[in-house]
Write a protein that binds this ligand. Structure first.
Ligand SMILES: Nc1ncnc2c1ncn2[C@@H]1O[C@H](COP(=O)(O)OP(=O)(O)OP(=O)(O)O)[C@@H](O)[C@H]1O
Length: 328
């Protein structure tokens, strides 16, 4: 860890903060287009925040402002306790940015790429060697360290892009759609690497339009659409906000006596389907009727072999909130 990082962490600890990033009333316009329209959020220390939204939602603009690449028209941002307007230089030293477009040199080895980016943060000697090795190991490219990126697959290049961004061991990592257009294996590898970075104490903002990625790794999710935050919370909280239904699935024997009508009469039940040896019941989640449902099934001489339940997926939630599909 270099001196600047230590200073940043010390300052964070001095003010005893849990918020590594705070964003207040952030706005950015391109001519008449409001790309970011007055958003507010915080990212807590050690958290992975998933920034989810369809194309054009304003994710990259937000991320580029946090990464000090773009300037905002209005609003306040602090990162690790530093004001972005006053201390951009200091912030740059403490963050790692994984850009949407690859920022690697095709003609020099993977190791030299990582070494180059890490040395920009004034790492030297053994510390530089160790951190370059660690970064390459994290993304699973240590055994290809002497090869040039021009011989790599798209997924390997994306992994190298991440190694270059994190070798200096930043406290805050900002990633803009780091898995676009890559093979599932590299994608899984990247998601695992992000979880490892979190376990080492990093705070991560991760922008994507892949629902399953935010579900897999995020502690909290922000959904953006048209420059605004339209929902924020954990996966479960988001589902709860818009969806008040639950579906129960039963595998049942001796179904002859049970009718859909009997189950439909139970308070809260909105849909019943009986087929083969299965019973599917959708109900208002706020009504406590599971005991009654089970009593009706058993009361008709049925034997329940198995039962599960499901609330709406985040994909459904997203559609309900935005009226748009994530990948249009
Ligand atoms: N340099 C620019 N000039 C004009 N308009 C821009 C510029 N950059 C972005 N925009 C517009 O601002 C809006 C937000 O774009 P942004 O790239 O932040 O969205 P995004 O959520 O990251 O989308 P994507 O997933 O496609 O990267 C879009 O309508 C986009 O067309």
């Amino acid at each position: 860890m270099n001196l600047k990082d230590e200073e940043l962490i010390q300052k964070s600890e001095e003010i005893g903060m849990n918020n590594m990033i705070t964003v207040k009333d952030l706005e950015k316009n391109y001519q008449s287009k409001k790309a970011v329209d007055g958003i507010n959020f915080v990212v807590n220390k050690g958290e992975i925040l998933g920034l989810l939204g369809p194309n054009g939602a304003g994710k990259s603009t937000t991320i580029n402002i946090l990464a000090t690449i773009l300037s905002a028209d209005h609003g306040e941002v602090t990162i690790m306790g530093h004001d972005l307007k006053k201390d951009a230089k200091l912030i740059k030293q403490g963050i790692g940015i994984v850009p949407q477009d690859l920022a690697i040199y095709e003609e020099i080895s993977a190791e030299k790429n990582v070494r180059f980016f890490a040395s920009l943060y004034k790492l030297k000697g053994h510390q530089l060697d160790n951190q370059v090795k660690e970064a390459l190991e994290l993304v699973g490219l240590y055994d290809r360290k002497d090869d040039k990126p021009k011989t790599f697959s798209g997924g390997m290049k994306r992994r190298l892009n991440i190694a270059c961004a994190i070798a200096h061991q930043p406290q805050v990592i900002i990633m803009d759609e780091p898995t676009v257009g890559i093979d599932p294996q590299s994608r899984n590898h990247i998601l695992e690497s992000i979880k490892t970075l979190k376990s080492r104490g990093a705070t991560v903002i991760y922008s994507t339009h892949y629902m399953e990625e935010v579900e897999a790794i995020s502690d909290r999710i922000i959904i953006m659409n048209d420059g605004k935050i339209i929902a924020e919370g954990t996966k479960e909280e988001l589902n709860q906000k818009v969806n008040d239904e639950i579906t129960y699935y039963f595998s049942v024997n001796n179904l002859d006596e049970l009718s859909e009508e009997q189950l439909n009469r139970i308070s809260g039940v909105t849909k019943v389907k009986i087929y083969d040896n299965k019973v599917e019941i959708t109900s208002d989640k706020s009504i406590d009727n599971l005991n009654e449902i089970i009593a009706v099934i058993l009361g008709n001489g049925c034997k329940i072999e198995n039962m599960s339940s499901e609330v709406a997926s985040l994909e459904t939630t997203f559609l309900e909130l935005t009226g748009r599909s994530l990948r249009d």
